[in-house]
Design a protein around this ligand. Structure first.
Ligand code: PLP
Length: 326
């Protein structure tokens, strides 16, 4: 949990914290689900599993499965971050690319499960992955010394992270470890793929399939989440909200965070900062409130989101000479 003083000051949120998932194994919060999901699969004697993914979950599950001696079959969209393909490949997983979205990958996996009797590790099709994601909620409470924040902002694709955080906080309250009212949970989506935001705006309990989904924040490019009703329930119960942000703002914010705070966050993480900024501007976040944003992965996994423009020097040239030329 990292205090974000400078950017917080700029947004007029003095108590802004980033829960940074970028330093986890495989560089994203997906390691949490894989740690518990693969361990339970191993305990249950699973030998071969399969899952659709937007990249990061496939990378995490491939590597954790390799360690457990379980064979992994991963199906991801061709547009998923390229490094996640390599993480699957290096672990020896069987990798399939589909010229479509995660929903298309899901259909292929469902058929594979029928044909080959694989263990279904798809989002919310097995019960353990969410228990791993829940640890984000447990750690937020623990690391804030059991004084939970007013607002938690999460980049929402399949929504398991948000559902997991909500489950953790409810359990902590039932145990009496936290007394306060639960934080208002905020689901952030991209303007190019915002089915949960639309459903929330229309006060619905479920979302509708989002056509032509597209965003630079690839992890949240999910046109219809299986657990959408659980995400919406968590938002309604905590008096939270759902908000869509545009790709240009996400990429600008990603640079601003690096330049002010020295942290290279993933675009999904940057989206939560844009949401915090917007919600403070429109007064939904009030002065003095404590806000936690989730950076769900390291920006290093998305190198193409940043254009480096170095000065090119020939051997023997000095920087001074080059500056004269330009
Ligand atoms: C970096 C990143 N952030 C957020 C998400 C969305 O996660 P969830 O399915 O918990 O909504 C993903 C999913 O792929 C992701 O890779």
């Amino acid at each position: 949990m990292i205090p974000m003083f400078k950017i917080g000051q700029q947004m007029e949120i003095a108590q802004l914290y980033m829960k940074d998932e970028g330093s986890l194994p495989t560089g994203t919060f997906k390691a949490r689900g894989a740690a518990v999901g693969v361990s339970k699969a191993k305990e249950l004697g699973v030998q071969e599993l399969a899952m659709p993914t937007n990249g990061n979950a496939g990378a995490a599950w491939s590597l954790y499965a390799a360690r457990a001696g379980i064979r992994a079959n991963i199906v991801m969209p061709v547009d998923a971050p390229e490094v996640t393909r390599k993480e699957c490949a290096v672990s020896g997983a069987r990798l399939y690319l589909v010229n479509g979205l995660i929903s298309d990958a899901g259909k292929i996996v469902a058929q594979g499960i029928q044909d080959f009797d694989w263990y279904d590790a798809s989002t919310l099709k097995e019960p353990y992955r969410i228990e791993g994601k829940k640890t984000m909620g447990l750690e937020i409470a623990e690391q804030m010394e059991w004084k939970i924040p007013d607002v938690i902002i999460y980049p929402t694709g399949g929504g398991v992270g948000l559902i997991g955080i909500y489950k953790a906080l409810q359990e902590l309250r039932n145990l009496g470890w936290i007394q306060d009212r639960l934080p208002r949970l905020v689901a952030v989506q991209a303007e190019g793929c915002a089915p949960i935001v639309k459903a929330w705006e229309e006060k619905k309990r479920e979302s509708e399939y989002w056509h032509n989904a597209s965003t630079v924040a690839f992890g949240i490019n999910v046109p219809k989440a299986l657990g959408d009703f659980l995400v919406l329930e968590a938002i309604y119960q905590t008096e939270g909200c759902a908000i869509a942000v545009d790709d240009t703002s996400i990429l600008e914010e990603q640079k601003r965070i690096a330049q002010l705070e020295g942290s290279f966050v993933c675009p999904e993480g940057a989206a939560t900062f844009v949401a915090a900024r917007r919600l403070r501007e429109n007064g939904w976040i009030q002065e003095g409130e404590t806000v936690v944003v989730l950076n769900t992965g390291t920006g290093v996994k998305y190198p193409y989101t940043i254009q480096a423009k170095p000065l090119i020097l020939q051997p023997g040239e000095s920087i001074e000479m080059e500056l004269h030329k330009t």
